[in-house]
Structures are given as structure tokens and as C-alpha cells.
Design a protein around this ligand. Sequence first.
Ligand code: 2HG
Ligand code: ZN
Length: 458
Amino acid sequence: MAKDLDDVLARAVEVVGPPNVVTDAEVVAPYTTDWTGRFHGTTPAVVRPGTTGEVAAVLALCNAARVPVVPQGGNTGLVGGGVPRAHELVLSLQRLRHLDAVDARAGQVTAQAGVTIGAVQSLARAAGWDYGVDLAARDSATVGGTIATNAGGVRVLRYGPTRRQVVGYEAVLADGRVLRRLDGLEKDNTGYDLGGLLCGSEGTLAIVTAARLRLVARPSHTVVALLAFDRVDDALDAVGESRRCVDTLQAIEFFVRGGLDLVCETFSIPKPFAADHDAYVLLEAAAATDPTPALAACADRLADLADVAVATEPERREALWRYREAHTEAINTLGPPHKLDVTLPPATMSTFLARVPDVVAGVAPRARTFLFGHAGDGNVHVNVTGVDPDDDRVTDAVLRFVVELHGSISAEHGIGTAKRPWVHLTRTREELDVFRAIKRALDPRGILNPNVLLPADR
Ligand code: 2HG
Ligand code: ZN
């Protein structure tokens, strides 16, 4: 194997050029640790192809020699899915950075895998459009990575997750064959939806090298309202009520007192209101006409609303968003967190939020639990600090609690290596058999991201 690996690397150098097969420990280091600092690994090399043809040639070499590969985009994943945990080769797609002009007639754009979400948004906005996916990691997260993880973000409520934006794709199979369907046909009812299958496949079936993305109309008026409540249940009622009476909502986010305190302390920013409150809901509405009257009317109907702040100007809107978006960064200052990204049905959300801190305390009495997320999607980000990175007891307890309450163990971050041992809690034996059959059909030698998503073979 070592000789095969040396051969593969030597031949990869011929394909991508010497500067793009990186073995220098210092340069390699950022590719082998995830953003949170929880997942580490080692790799024989980071290979950085610059074209789809180079991706294909490198994969063909790896496949022939059975060298396992971990594909990586902006390395912003939160479940250890892009980090080489078992000394796999890292295939970085960052050099695939070509972004076509917006196709204004189609309302679509073609982007290579390494283009950031921020770049797609900027290009779309300059042409009067927008991209439906938005997330805090926008300036590092890439098109390829967000497709591989079917990333969600803050506007799933309105536009759906990444899968809904993908009209076409280009991807390389494990053996180097290229699948390409980039014509942007909105209707193409000719069999299996292979592009859809790649969304959320976490690099296990093929390597996405480009995508044709659907753009959305850009509303001219955007308003953000931050609502404060003294009981979490009042905040949950407000989520339902705002969905019913404001038809222009694009985000409904939430956080609670502990997370807000940490954000304000960490970044020395003033609290949003004179008094502290237990729960906060952030609403963003956007439309061709000013949504403020609809938001105000909705707020008036909320009998238990303790306070409210409204922002129409970009700077002030960003300041309100910061209370929510800065949670991830603030929590990271406390040490590598355990991140449990889960969804609950509306019927059990209240029980989950009330009891999950005790579930955590039951196995990790000194841990701190933070709860925030995308309330409009039933998506809670349970972040737990003060637990050893390899201690799985918190994950086990929380994920079992989620399943008991009929939720899902991953809402938008995926399974990766972090949740692989628990995937059977949320997928049936029959479903996992189908997953394995698909994996074998597309990657018979099992070289593509072999240590994520699917439970180890029986
Ligand atoms: C967010 O919604 C991201 O901000 C990150 O999905 C969540 O840090 C997290 O757990
Ligand atoms: Zn999120």
C-alpha cells in the first residue's frame, strides 16, 4: 500500500503540478482539523486539482490503487465529514473557482465547486438576483461542500435547502468517469435524479465539481424584528403565529438568554433590550413592498411579547442578526463544542427545549448547554461545551432523546464522522441496505470518503 501510495502521489504530481500535491506539515495542518477544533486527522498529502479533468485523473489513480480520498471544500463542515480521520488523501476542490456570468433569462448561474456561497450571492445580487442559500460561513463555505452536505442555513423556510437550488451538476465518479448535466433544464423527467442524490451524499458517491444553481428574485424591502419573551413557550407560539400572519418571512430564528449573554460578553456588544428575557425570536421578512406593517400587526397580536426591536436599514439589521449569527463563534471561544444539530416536530419542541439541558447534565454535570437555531424549520443547534472531544456520552443521550421525541438526529449539518454511530437510530435497516447498495454501485472499491455517513459494513 505504501508503495502504491507513493506511486499515486508521484503520478498525481504529473497531473496537477508539484505545487498542488502538498505534503509540508505546516501547509497541510489546516486541512486536517475542522473549524471547531474538535476533529483532527492526518493525511499523506493534500491534492489540489485545478480542473474537472484533473479531478478525474487523480480519482482514477486513487481508485486503481485503492487509496481512500476525503474531498474538502471550505472546511466549514461541523460533523468532521471533510477531515481525514483515517489517514486518507485530502482532495481539495478550492482551486475550482470559475463562476460564469448570471444567465438572466434562465435565472441561473453555473459555478465550479470551489466558489464560495458569498461569491455566488455577490454575483447574483449585482445582476438583480439572489441565491436562496445563506449561512454564517458564507465567505468560506463552497458550492461543492454545501451540495455534498445539502446545507441549510437561515433561509430554508422560504427557499428550501441546497438540494432545491441545484438545477444541474457535474461530478466525477470514483473511477474517474464524469457525469455532466449542466444545461439548466427546469423540467427533465428522464429517470433517476442523480444530482438530487448527490445532495447530502457527503462525498461518498461522487465528487461534485460544478453545479447549475437556481437564483431567486431579490426583494427590494427587507425588515428584521427581534422579539423578546419571558417564557420559551411564548416564543414558540410566536413562531407559529408569525408564519400564519406574515407571508413574506424568509427567516425565523431563535436563541435563549444564556447564548445571548455569551455573545454580548464575548464581542463586547450591548444587549438588545434594557431588561433580560428568557427567549428571543428573530424574524426577517422581505418583499417588493415594505413588510413592516405586516410585521407590526403580527407583533401587536402577540399578547406575551415582552419587547421588540425593528430594523429596516442594513447596518441595524446586521446588528440584530449578529446576536444570532455570532453564537457559533462565541461558543468556540469556550473550547471545542459538541454540536448536535437536530430537528423536532412542533408537537415535541417545547418538551425538548425544556428537558434537554437536564439530559446533558445527567451525563455531563459540568457541561454548559446552549440552544439556538432555525425555529421556523424546527431546527435546534444544541451546543455543549466542557466535554472531552472524544466523550460520546452527551451525543448519545441527546440523540436518543431526539429520536424518542420523533425528531431527526441531523437537520442540516449531515452525519459525517460525528454522528455515524447513531445513524441507525434515524434510518431503518431497509433504508441503510439501500444506502449501501447505492454506495457499492457508484464506488465499488469504497475509496470516496469511506469513514462518514454509512455505518461500518456488517
Ligand atoms: C448556524 O445556524 C449554523 O449558525 C451553525 O448552522 C450552528 O454552531 C452551530 O451549531
Ligand atoms: Zn444552522
